[in-house]
Write a protein that binds this ligand. Structure first.
Ligand code: ATP
Length: 243
């Protein structure tokens, strides 16, 4: 039966990400993902793991509506993404928090401005920006770096700025694609600690990662992809070494 968004709107643990029989083929031949069915509920912390080319980034791109499924439906935040009009896509994306492996900060703006930028684009009044940016920088342990340029920061600090920027508008969902891919173990754990903290405050967190050590130790829900197929979905799972 098709997913009924209206039924779930007022539920506390409503599914905020739903894949319904989703396949994506970039070209003819083997699809990048095949027939994925998946529900992630509000407040969950989920890892998506799998070897290179297994379809993880394809899933993130579908959630961001950067690509369209060949078959099936993706729902995020109670929206059927196939029904989102072209003019609504940018606004939709800004409603999600997103972080990537390579931080993607504005190189010529300082830490404060990088975070404030996320609020300026949605026309947040200045008095709110002046209150909320220092607050989120403080949560990320970056208060004394607010005037630094990204080039003056360590990799871990840059990723914390990216997290601050992703979170300053209080998204319901945070999508993180390899957030520790460029970090050493100490900084990787610091980012994970912050993601856990954010999740405890109510944000749904989805993390794509290759970091088996982190996945094994954190004991969260783990969705494992293999060659475009969802091969396991475990609560308190580990990193399957079979792939
Ligand atoms: N734009 C594209 N055009 C054609 N094929 C693509 C495109 N993007 C991805 N693919 C193919 O789709 C499959 C899944 O790729 P995807 O990037 O989702 O994997 P992944 O699990 O994220 O890999 P990695 O861990 O290396 O980032 C791969 O076979 C890849 O070659």
């Amino acid at each position: 039966m098709a997913y009924d968004m209206n039924k779930h709107l007022n539920e506390i643990n409503a599914p905020v990400i739903v894949f319904e029989n989703v396949s994506k083929a970039y070209q003819k031949g083997t699809p990048a993902i095949s027939n994925i069915n998946l529900q992630i509920r509000k407040g969950e912390f989920v890892f998506i793991v799998g070897s290179s080319g297994s379809g993880k980034s394809t899933m993130i791109k579908l959630m961001l509506k950067e690509i369209e499924p060949t078959n099936g439906k993706v729902y995020v935040n109670y929206k059927d993404l196939s029904r989102l009009r072209r003019g609504q896509v940018a606004k939709y994306r800004r409603s999600l928090g997103v972080v990537f492996q390579n931080f993607r900060l504005l190189k010529d703006r300082n830490v404060y401005e990088n975070v404030a930028f996320a609020q300026r684009v949605i026309e947040t009044p200045n008095r709110i920006i002046r209150r909320q940016v220092p607050a989120i920088l403080s949560v990320m342990g970056l208060s004394d770096k607010h005037k630094s340029l990204p080039s003056e920061l360590s990799g871990g600090e840059q990723q914390r700025v990216a997290l601050a920027r992703a979170l300053v508008n209080n998204p319901i969902i945070l999508l993180a694609d390899e957030p520790t891919g460029n970090l050493d173990p100490k900084n990787s754990w610091e980012i994970m600690r912050l993601l856990e903290e954010i999740n405890k405050r109510g944000t749904t967190v989805v993390v794509v990662t290759h970091n088996s050590d982190i996945v094994d130790k954190m004991q969260k829900r783990v969705i494992t992809m293999n060659k475009g197929i969802l091969i396991s979905d475990e609560q308190k799972g580990g990193y399957t070494r079979a792939h």
